[in-house]
Design a protein around this ligand. Structure first.
Ligand SMILES: [Zn+2]
Length: 64
């Protein structure tokens, strides 16, 4: 390339688009309330459908 002037080693820290807000990976499970659509992070070991929605008390269901 004729332009090898220092534009090269820059694309290293391009990891910006990945973490939207939290640095969590893609294996995060979400529980969603079928009634009011409230979403809460799934607690490992506790099935979503045994957790009540903090909003309306409906049993949550697994989103993904
Ligand atoms: Zn709810």
């Amino acid at each position: 390339m004729p332009r090898g002037n220092g534009t090269g080693p820059r694309g290293q820290g391009g990891g910006r688009g990945q973490g939207k807000g939290r640095g969590l990976g893609g294996c995060q499970v979400i529980c969603i309330c079928p009634n009011c659509r409230k979403e809460i992070p799934h607690t490992p070991g506790i099935p979503c459908n045994s957790v009540s929605c903090p909003n309306c008390g409906t049993l949550m269901t697994r989103k993904n």
